[in-house]
Write a protein that binds this ligand. Structure first.
Ligand SMILES: [Zn+2]
Length: 432
């Protein structure tokens, strides 16, 4: 909108000054603005390039995220497996511990029984001894020392034969009873011994079982320990992967933010450039209206003319440098360069080697080039038909940088040529 409005204004101005074929400008101001515009254009290009890169980076990150999620799922599955194995082994350990405690109970019971048996055996042994002793005494008293006497004594002591028989019978019955009793105790003792042996064998078996259960328990425990380590490792890997995932997601978000902030910066720079462009145009228009220049041109005699410049085009000088009365307004004003009339399409050569600061279109200067030659020396070439170079480029002296034309505020093909020293215009004729 602004541009259009400006163009309308410009047309009315150009109609007023159709005969004007000279251009006035304060070089330092235009130069500064042009430089700002060029710098902004570079920034815009950088920002736009960066914004082109961002979706690619984000795409890569998203791909990495996908493979990360696959890995995470895999690791989580592994962790679940490990956890269920751990549970399984925990159950196994509990079972083994149950078995161990039941076997220890059995062992204790068996030991108790064995001890009881041992006690019983001892009692039986005492009983046997006692019985043997009684029988021994009896036999000693009645038999062993003098068996005939014993029977004789029984005969003598007896009142009659019946009594005698009964006495002898009694003795032998007593002996027989004692013997039977001893046998009985002995066999009881033997039985107890056998039982004890059996119990002891049983105990040995229980001990063996106990040992094998303990070994098994240790094995299961060590397997479980390994699984617990595996679980810890799995969990730490998962937490690492989660952190990486978080980082990548936050980078993607940051890049989104960067992109929209870059877009905002670009639109601000574009807006700034539009404003600067119209400021330049307005400034030059004001200069054309023959307002006094910002700076008084330096005395060209001080500059000397042996600075190694060449003439950019050969032709007739139609308008010289310096103050003059404007042909239309009659106001005193400055012409900042010289106008050299020459045919359209004639090559414009760089007056000296240097760097292209500006290569652009301007509504007043038309297609224009500003070259910097160092030490604050610049040359300006205006109204070109076409430009052969671009900003930032290095050019050699005599290199064709543009073709003569009549663009911008111009009535016919000519080159408007300026020389600026530290931002102030000087008479180019002292140089070319
Ligand atoms: Zn001119």
């Amino acid at each position: 909108m602004f541009k259009k409005k400006y163009l309308c204004t410009f047309i009315s101005v150009s109609l007023l000054f159709t005969t004007v074929n000279v251009v006035y400008a304060a070089p330092s101001y235009v130069d500064k603005k042009e430089n700002e515009i060029q710098e902004n254009n570079k920034k815009i290009k950088d920002l736009e390039n960066r914004n082109k890169e961002i979706p690619k980076i984000q795409g890569d990150l998203k791909e990495e995220l996908n493979s990360l999620q696959v890995k995470l799922e895999e690791k989580e599955q592994q962790l679940e497996d490990t956890k269920s194995k751990i549970n399984h082994y925990e159950n196994e350990i509990a079972k083994i511990e149950e078995d161990i405690s039941s076997i220890s109970k059995d062992i204790k019971e068996t030991e108790d029984i064995i001890n009881k048996k041992i006690e019983e055996i001892k009692k039986r042994e005492e009983e046997e001894k006692e019985k043997e002793e009684i029988l021994g005494q009896r036999l000693r008293g009645m038999y062993i020392n003098n068996p005939t006497d014993a029977i004789l004594k029984a005969i003598l002591d007896s009142g009659d034969f019946g009594d005698l028989i009964s006495r002898v019978n009694n003795i032998s019955r007593m002996i027989k009873l004692d013997k039977e009793l001893i046998e009985e105790v002995r066999s009881m003792k033997e039985n107890l011994e056998n039982e004890r042996k059996g119990l002891e064998e049983e105990k040995v078996n229980l001990d063996k079982k106990m040992i094998s259960l303990s070994v098994n328990k240790e094995k299961v425990k060590s397997t479980q320990k390994e699984l617990l380590t595996e679980k810890d490792n799995g969990q730490s890997i998962i937490s690492d992967l989660n952190n990486i995932e978080k980082d990548k997601k936050s980078t993607i978000n940051k890049l989104d933010k960067e992109k929209s902030s870059n877009e905002q910066d670009v639109s601000k720079l574009v807006e700034f450039n539009d404003k600067a462009r119209s400021q330049i145009d307005n400034f030059i228009k004001n200069q054309i209206n023959n307002k006094p220049a910002d700076k008084t041109p330096q005395n060209d005699k001080e500059q000397g003319n042996s600075s190694g410049f060449i003439r950019p085009v050969d032709g007739t000088i139609t308008n010289g440098f310096g103050e003059r009365i404007h042909p239309i307004t009659g106001v005193k004003g400055m012409h900042h360069g010289v106008d050299i009339a020459v045919g359209r399409g004639t090559p414009i050569k760089a007056a000296q080697g240097g760097t292209v600061i500006t290569a652009t279109y301007n509504d007043i200067y038309g297609n224009m080039i500003i070259l910097s030659h160092g030490n604050g020396v610049q040359t300006v070439y205006a109204h070109a038909d076409s430009l052969n170079v671009s900003a930032g480029q290095q050019v050699k002296q005599g290199q064709v940088i543009a073709k003569v034309g009549s663009t911008g505020m111009s009535t016919g093909p000519h080159l408007h040529f300026e020389v600026r020293i530290n931002g102030s215009v000087v008479n180019p004729m002292s140089y070319i």
